[in-house]
Design a protein around this ligand. Structure first.
Ligand code: PLP
Length: 342
């Protein structure tokens, strides 16, 4: 653990976000931890949330589920089972969310057992049709949760109420013990969307998909980067690729060990910022693959080897960079040391 950049990850904020979302849900609250826990580290996230009482975890693939197997937690694999997955899927460390008639048949044919089922209520991404359920496609299957997913929960779209009505209409027509519709954003719309289990991802990690949630969520992730070089620009000097920034006066600059290969996207060029204590340190010029320049006029003592914190409040960072909050999290990359603080 001695990379020149690290993610400071706030355990208390993660757990507080899950508790706040569980309270708003008013029902069981799970956790989407696919894509390596949205970039934070799935094992570390799952361990903390399980300790706080979370009992439903969702990943995308069997490789993700297998990586979590040592924790012995209840994990559902959202993409279901391909023929290539069957050997692993029979391993007992997770169960599939069946998405297609073929997946249902494949699971049944291999002996069945615990599964969840996705039904499509209008997003037209994954899921069997409501008609397939009334036709008895699921009869005799051991279905834990029947779930569906909203296309526009982060907007005030009429599609939300339409999908809600289509999903609610399935009550009593299926063998599942529980029903589940809401992602993070849908928890913000209201209790009607919660059913028996909610499945937040983004909001656990400090993303704010709807204004209703902005007061209850805390920032979890703060990237930090080490200074590789400090230098002084004279008026007329330029900096970085394509000389995007030209100094108008003598300017103190620090070059950070951080770039778009770490998910610090080019959209932060001339727009992002860092902090050293209270000193605000704006990005100068274009973000490179592994390096970013900041103005350190406000921090005369910062030197080679010192660390700065990157401004990474997700809603604001998303607006600045033009990347979604999801991309800002999942793009964070493998080079960081991930350091959890209490
Ligand atoms: C990723 C995912 C979630 C979590 O969504 P967020 O918007 O991150 O809260 C919930 N349900 C399903 C099916 C998903 O794929």
């Amino acid at each position: 653990m001695n990379a020149p950049h690290r993610l400071r990850l706030d355990s208390a904020a993660l757990v507080a976000n899950w508790r706040a979302l569980a309270a708003l849900s008013g029902t069981a609250c799970g956790a989407a931890i696919k894509a390596n826990g949205y970039g934070l580290g799935a094992t570390e996230v799952a361990r903390r949330l399980a300790e706080a009482g979370c009992r439903d975890f969702f990943v995308a693939t069997w490789a993700e589920a297998e990586a979590l197997a040592p924790l012995g937690l209840p994990v559902a694999v959202l993409h279901g089972v391909r023929a290539e997955d069957m050997a692993r899927a029979r391993g007992g460390f997770a169960w599939p969310v069946l998405n297609t008639d073929q997946q249902v048949a494949r699971w049944r044919g291999s002996g069945g057992g615990r599964c969840d089922v996705m039904v499509d209520t209008g997003m037209n991404r994954l899921g069997i049709t409501p008609a397939a359920i009334s036709d008895g496609t699921l009869d005799g299957l051991e279905v834990g949760t029947l779930m569906s997913h909203l296309a526009s929960a982060d907007e005030d779209s009429p599609l939300n109420a339409r999908q809600l009505a289509a999903f609610a209409a399935l009550a009593g027509t299926h063998p599942a013990e529980r029903m589940s519709l809401a992602n993070s954003a849908a928890i913000g719309i209201g209790r009607a969307y919660a059913f028996d289990l909610t499945r937040p991802g983004l909001a656990l990690y400090g993303g704010v998909p709807r204004a209703e949630l902005s007061d209850v969520l805390r920032q979890v992730v703060t990237p930090e980067a080490q200074i590789l070089q400090r230098r002084r620009l004279q008026p007329g000097d330029v900096i970085g690729y394509n000389a995007l920034f030209t100094a108008e006066r003598p300017t103190e600059v620090a070059i950070l060990n951080l770039g778009y290969a770490d998910g610090y996207w080019r959209g932060f060029s001339q727009r992002g910022s860092a902090y050293a204590g209270d000193a605000w340190l704006p990005v100068l010029g274009r973000v490179s693959m592994d390096l970013t320049a900041i103005c350190v006029d406000a921090a005369p003592d910062l030197a080679e080897g010192d660390w700065v914190a990157i401004d990474y409040a997700l809603p604001q960072a998303s607006a600045l960079s033009g990347m979604s909050q999801y991309e800002l999290l999942t793009g964070m990359g493998a080079r960081y040391d991930r350091v959890w603080t209490a």
